[in-house]
Design a protein around this ligand. Structure first.
Ligand SMILES: Cc1cc2nc3c(=O)[nH]c(=O)nc-3n(C[C@H](O)[C@H](O)[C@H](O)COP(=O)(O)OP(=O)(O)OC[C@H]3O[C@@H](n4cnc5c(N)ncnc54)[C@H](O)[C@@H]3O)c2cc1C
Length: 502
């Protein structure tokens, strides 16, 4: 049993980017009634990556944990709503599909909807049966749909926001709950010569910051977890060859779309993230296939508005830290590894790391079983997301560039190969071990990337053709009618959460 003397009393978080402040905010909220001191160290002169502006719906659970008022949070972060991601030119030039956050149609007699859609000969696009997809296409948004004669329907959505404003918002939240912020540059990590545990961070100004438990949110460098503790890194760049991005915001030229856009380019892809006051743009590319000057030219050629800041070049190695928790240090955020931002999973990985840490929160004994469990689940989560992202690259029919030829012919992990094979042969998709991306997500991308099943679930044949016709028409009509009743995305923002200034 834990007694008071073995309880963690001091926590030090190194880094004040999205990871650092999300962690500080969550810990300050959860430990509000306990006398744990939390100190966050960050350096304004080093700064943050200042990207990470598109999220997935799970972030709403994080906001809920903190007890945030959603409209206040949107107002302070120049936020907009996100119903999914549009992938343009990914399968081949001239194609576009959505990965929406909501379901297609409805399961019938226990069989997923898409089997009926397959049986019906895919007569209408799959998107026509998804409320979130059709609302996105129509530029509509409402959090909860209330229609006469029907129960309220929670819409599945996430947010786009200004990354710097988000960290700032969480900083205020955490500081109000007692988190101490120390400005300064960390120079060295002091380790116990016997145990190898972290004793303190040594700052450039000579200050020594001691704690029982350290959370490394120092970004790609992993200053504690890697530079001091040598956790090791598993490189996945042979599967995900993009290793750089140039980010640059521009002026908005239209009302914000309620979805992110991802546009394939010759050696990678480009994002467009609409905020209230600007559009975030970035070109993610493989430095093996294109140089930085050409990558910037591509970004500028496709940017819709006037640039609002200098371009920000970011470099990384794709992969994961082998032991994100080692001794008395847990790495959260980019210090724990990075999968490129194609499916907006960076912030989600921070969030799930925080909740995993809370459920396995240690005492000063730092039991090996606790650490192993944390690391095992962290690794599984990243591998599952990795497979989903690889699918977008692997299943392409682009004939225009070496980068895409490489991706199409590369050997993929067996776990992904099996998943594609199962879908191709039977139309079936299995969500394994509660993985982050659901059957809907896998279906959207498998279908959007041109993978077509050879058969469908045999139980879908139980519906006679006429009944199936009527059922599909009814489901599609319901979606169309619901979307017609929703307000425009820009109108919803203007009436509920307009940011005060730019
Ligand atoms: C190109 C790109 C696009 C992305 N897009 C998305 C997206 O759309 N959605 C999404 O969910 N995620 C996205 N991500 C991931 C997301 O940006 C990160 O997960 C998130 O910003 C967390 O970063 P961080 O806090 O770990 O690191 P950083 O932002 O790098 O913060 C590191 C912190 O450590 C501090 N620090 C470093 N060294 C020292 C030192 N010596 N002394 C003191 N302090 C120090 C820095 O000052 C800073 O405060 C993207 C990432 C990249 C690279």
């Amino acid at each position: 049993m834990t007694n008071n003397s073995s309880a963690i009393q001091r926590i030090c978080i190194l880094g004040g980017g999205t990871a650092g402040w999300m962690t500080a905010a969550a810990l300050s909220k959860v430990f509000a009634e306990q006398s744990i001191q939390i100190e966050l160290v960050e350096s304004e002169s080093i700064g943050t990556v200042s990207v990470g502006e598109a999220t997935i719906p799970q972030i709403r659970a994080f906001n809920h944990l903190l007890g945030l008022d959603e409209m206040d949070f949107i107002r302070h972060t120049q936020g907009t709503f996100k119903l999914g991601i549009e992938f343009i030119d990914w399968y081949k030039p001239g194609t576009a599909y959505l990965h929406p956050f909501g379901p297609y149609g409805a399961n019938m007699a226990g069989v997923p909807f898409h089997h009926y859609w397959l049986k019906h000969g895919c007569q209408r696009p799959l998107e026509d049966y998804c409320l979130e997809a059709m609302a996105a296409r129509a530029g509509k948004f409402i959090p909860v749909l209330k229609r006469a004669g029907a129960p309220p329907r929670q819409v599945n959505y996430a947010f786009h926001f200004d990354a710097v404003a988000y960290a700032d918002y969480l900083r205020k939240f955490a500081e109000q709950r007692g988190v101490k912020r120390s400005e300064g540059r960390m120079q060295n990590v002091v380790l116990d010569p016997v145990t190898g545990f972290v004793q303190a961070l040594l700052m450039q100004n000579g200050q020594k910051i001691e704690a029982d438990f350290f959370i490394d949110c120092s970004g790609f460098k992993g200053l504690i977890i890697e530079k001091a503790l040598h956790s090791g890194f598993e490189d996945w760049s042979h599967w995900l060859p993009c290793d750089r991005a140039i980010a640059q915001p521009c002026a908005a030229t239209e009302a914000p779309k309620p979805y992110t856009q991802s546009i394939a380019q010759a050696a990678g892809w480009q994002w467009r993230i609409p905020l209230q006051n600007r559009v975030g743009n970035g070109h993610v590319y493989s430095s093996h296939y294109v140089d930085d000057d050409e990558a910037l030219r591509v970004l500028h050629n496709t940017m819709l508005g006037a640039p609002l800041a200098e371009p920000n070049l970011l470099r990384w190695q794709t992969g994961r830290r082998r032991e994100p928790w080692k001794k008395n240090c847990v790495a959260i955020g980019l210090s724990a590894g990075f999968l490129e931002p194609l499916e907006s999973t960076g912030i989600q990985l921070i969030q799930s790391a925080i909740s995993r840490l809370l459920s396995l929160f240690p005492d000063k004994s730092f039991a090996a079983e606790t650490i192993d469990t944390y690391n095992r689940y962290s690794s599984l989560e990243m591998e599952q997301i990795r497979d989903f992202i690889i699918l977008h690259y692997k299943a392409n029919e682009r004939q225009d560039a070496d980068f895409w030829r490489y991706c199409r012919t590369m050997k993929v992990p067996d776990s992904l190969k099996d998943k594609i094979q199962l879908y191709r042969q039977t139309g079936r998709i299995f969500r394994e071990n509660n993985e982050l991306f659901s059957e809907i997500s896998w279906l959207s991308v498998l279908n959007g990337q041109g993978i077509f099943p050879e058969s469908y679930h045999p139980l879908a044949d139980q519906f006679p053709a006429a009944k199936l016709d009527a059922q599909l028409a009814m489901l599609q009509q319901q979606v169309a009618d619901s979307v017609a009743e929703m307000p425009g995305h820009a109108d919803f923002i203007a009436h509920n959460c307009q940011a005060n200034s730019s």
